[in-house]
Design a binder for this molecule. Structure first.
Ligand code: RBV
Length: 425
């Protein structure tokens, strides 16, 4: 049985202090969380609720957990990726009143799922997931808890995709909000967050420049768009690979080179996968790559780069730097994989995840989704649901207010005009 992180660490007090400093920095830059905390502390909307969470346990996520606890919830949390936890933050979070954290960095598969079980043993009434591992474990191993679960919220594209597949199979037995699909999440976190933090993590991990590099971005969804845009902004030549004709055309019209991976593999200096699918860079591509390439994944799971095939091909493999594993081919070429092919913006040793400001928005949507479940959960059938648009707008309003940005209102005449079909030429 997994014990809370403070019982797992040699020096928990030191860890708590260091984690608290990181949390304080995040807290200072999260105005949406601050506004919600004030409201929740006064109203205690989550009193009596047990919230189970599986997310990247670092400073921003800790602020979300802390805010839910401030609203009266009992929170149990673990990681959603074996490499993205910051142990000090996990410890500081575990020390917060009403929160138990089981997250630890560097866990193996068994330990990862044991920690998820430890969270489920708190018998959550609400679940908050990033990637859907918690929902899956509850449905598979603890179906008896489903009746007492009001619902849940899912953070990421891959998780929503899995949930929809589960829903189509008729297997999803409680309501889930697709937080990822809201404008306040997807247009900021997926685009700017993934773009900025992936490039920052790769640059910091390798100490290499973007300027003059050919950067191959696999997938031109929201994440791919962000990575491509920011790489281009750092003076790299960007090549896009796609499987969807409209997305390929969109990338082409943005001015990027669009090519099949078999062609792109010959030219790239850096490869960043953002597809959410498996086997995007495989055996034949490794054969075509130049010496010294960097291979990084920015999709949720570590399935996009076929590391088994790469291992099989390698005559030698060694740690070239912290967070960089070199695979040497028989002909002497070295292909460098970052963060074991896991989410590069969160899983390298120096990774910090998305910037604080975008996570404030994403987690604002998470918090109001949890509140909606508590207040109106019985209105939602089992299945995947959009977060009510009004709630997403409220989060945007809090942010604009905090930024001091004013904007216009519709006049009554404009509203009438927009709502009528009679006005023509
Ligand atoms: N993400 N979290 C962070 N806490 O630092 N950074 C990124 C963090 C989330 C992001 O919202 C994305 O949808 C998900 O991680 C992918 O697992």
């Amino acid at each position: 049985m997994t014990s809370p992180i403070r019982e797992q660490l040699d020096d928990p007090d030191d860890a708590v202090e260091s984690g608290q400093r990181k949390m304080e920095w995040a807290r200072q830059h999260m105005p949406i969380m601050a506004a919600l905390r004030e409201e929740y502390e006064a109203d205690q909307p989550f009193a009596g609720q047990r919230i189970g969470m599986a997310m990247h346990v670092e400073a921003k996520t800790a602020i979300l957990a802390e805010v839910l606890a401030a609203g009266g919830a009992e929170v149990a949390i673990t990681g959603c990726n074996p490499l993205s936890t910051h142990d000090d933050v996990s410890a500081a979070l575990d020390a917060v009143d009403g929160v138990t954290s089981y997250a630890r960095r560097g866990v193996d598969d068994d330990e990862y799922y044991a920690a998820i079980k430890a969270v489920i043993e708190h018998e959550p009434t609400i679940t908050v997931d990033d990637g859907m591992d918690l929902v899956a474990a509850i449905h598979e191993d603890y179906p008896e808890l489903i009746d007492s679960i009001i619902g849940g919220a899912e953070e990421t594209t891959t998780g929503v995709h899995r949930l929809r597949a589960m829903d189509e199979d008729g297997a999803l037995e409680y309501p889930m909000f697709a937080v990822n699909d809201t404008p306040m999440k997807r247009l900021f976190d997926n685009v700017h967050g993934t773009g900025e933090s992936s490039l920052a993590s790769i640059a910091m991990t390798t100490n290499l420049s973007w300027a003059g590099k050919t950067v191959v971005v696999a997938g031109y969804g929201h994440c791919g768009k962000g990575v491509a845009k920011k790489a281009s902004g750092q003076n790299a030549d960007v090549v896009i690979t796609e499987i969807e004709p409209r997305a390929a055309l969109e990338a082409h019209m943005e001015g990027y080179d669009v090519k099949p991976m078999a062609e792109a593999a010959k030219e790239g200096d850096v490869f960043i996968t953002t597809t959410g699918n498996r086997d995007v860079i495989v055996d034949e591509h490794f054969d075509a790559m130049q010496d010294g390439v960097l291979l990084a994944n920015a999709g949720h799971f570590d399935v996009e780069i076929d590391l088994d095939a790469l291992s099989d091909k390698a005559v030698d493999t060694y740690e070239a730097r912290d967070g960089v594993q070199a695979y040497e081919m028989a002909d002497g070429r070295r292909l460098n994989v970052l963060a074991e092919g896991r989410l590069v913006n969160l899983a390298t040793p120096i990774a910090l995840g998305h910037p604080v400001e975008v996570m404030d928005q994403s987690f604002g949507v998470q918090a109001v989704s949890v509140q909606e479940l508590v207040e109106n959960g019985e209105d939602y059938e089992p299945g995947v649901h959009d977060v009510p648009d009004e709630l997403d707008k409220e989060v945007a309003e809090i942010k604009l207010d905090a930024e001091g940005v004013a904007y216009d209102d519709l006049t009554d005449e404009q509203r009438e005009y927009m709502e009528s079909w009679q006005h023509g030429t």
